[in-house]
Design a protein around this ligand. Structure first.
Ligand SMILES: Cc1cc2nc3c(=O)[nH]c(=O)nc-3n(C[C@H](O)[C@H](O)[C@H](O)COP(=O)(O)O)c2cc1C
Length: 308
């Protein structure tokens, strides 16, 4: 394979008005609480980065253990630990000033709180917010709100009316997923993100107790990948706005699968724990070689091709 043909491949994508040099985005909750960590992920090859979910007030999160390994993934219940929206500026200013595509994840408990969080992020020059409507282990936040199509519609439309920014709606695994995705689109969402971690539990047979202090946690990594593929595939057939994929991407094949199912871009989280930040370059180079072999010039040309 010639170096020349590699160079002709276009990996750039545009989503919610954000131009990304490649379709790989650092997922929320992974290295997302400091400017230097976010910058490291970008310098390692991510096309864009997402912060940890920010809440109105600081949150300490749950007592340890908050994360444990599983055969092919992780179970975590961090409890949305973050320093609160007032601390967002010092984390994202250095990235915004350098023009690095940074998305701020926000987690409110009601409509006014989501509007306030979005407007604070946008006052700092952020162009895109990701609404965490899918965290499966915190009461009154995340998935509890993201299962109600009417409430999600109100959250999204209120932000779109009052704040000048693009809105990504991050949804989790629920029976109402398609209804919530459709109502997000009707409310003016710029893209849907699928999926967050999936609620699960691991029991230590020696202590005979759940391993995590919170008992339940969110399952991530390769264990949830086929579920991410399926939900993206189904949602692609039901909405017209772009989709960002998330769930178990740890090599170029799993990334391409999500793109073929209908994702315009792909988030990477758990894989960083066992492959390090080199995973971004490994995957972009794999996608590039794949596109050359299949005779495509741009990654945009393969979005949703599994539906043909
Ligand atoms: C330790 C940990 C913390 C996370 N924190 C957040 C968070 O604050 N907000 C959010 O929307 N998703 C959070 N997630 C979910 C990830 O962003 C991602 O959607 C999920 O882990 C699936 O992708 P993966 O299999 O590549 O990890 C977290 C995941 C992990 C493992």
């Amino acid at each position: 394979m010639s170096r020349r043909s590699d160079l002709m491949i276009d990996l750039s994508v545009e989503i919610a008005g954000l131009k990304l040099r490649n379709p790989l985005i650092l997922a929320s909750g992974i290295l997302g609480l400091s400017a230097s960590q976010l910058m490291r992920a970008y310098n390692a090859g991510a096309g864009g980065v997402i912060t940890k979910s920010f809440t109105k007030e600081p949150r300490e999160g749950y007592k340890t253990p908050i994360i444990t390994g599983y055969k092919c993934g992780f179970l975590n219940a961090v409890g949305l630990a973050n320093p609160g929206i007032k601390s967002l500026g010092k984390i994202i200013n250095p990235l915004v000033n350098k023009g690095i595509p940074v998305i701020v994840s926000i987690a409110g408990s009601n409509v006014p709180e989501f509007v306030e969080l979005a407007s604070k992020a946008c006052e700092l020059g952020v162009k895109v917010v990701e609404l965490n409507l899918s965290c499966p282990h915190v009461k009154n936040k995340g998935l509890e709100l993201g299962t109600d199509p009417e409430l999600v519609k109100l959250i999204v439309s209120s932000i779109k009316e009052e704040v000048n920014c693009s809105v990504l709606v991050k949804l989790g695994l629920t029976d109402k997923l398609l209804d919530v995705a459709k109502s997000s689109e009707r409310a003016g969402a710029d893209a849907i993100v699928l999926i967050n971690t999936i609620r699960g539990m691991i029991i230590d047979v020696w202590s005979m107790k759940p391993v995590l202090s919170n008992k339940f946690g969110g399952l991530s990594g390769p264990a949830i990948h086929p579920i991410a593929v399926r939900t993206i595939y189904e949602t692609y057939e039901n909405v017209n706005i772009p989709i960002i994929g998330s769930g178990g991407v740890d090599d170029w094949i799993s990334a391409v699968e999500l793109i073929l199912a209908g994702a315009t871009a792909v988030e990477i989280g758990s894989a960083i724990a066992y492959k390090g930040l080199d995973v971004f370059k490994e995957i972009t180079s794999g996608i590039e070689k794949y596109l050359v072999r299949k005779g495509f010039k741009s990654v945009k040309d393969i979005i949703g091709l599994a539906h043909k």
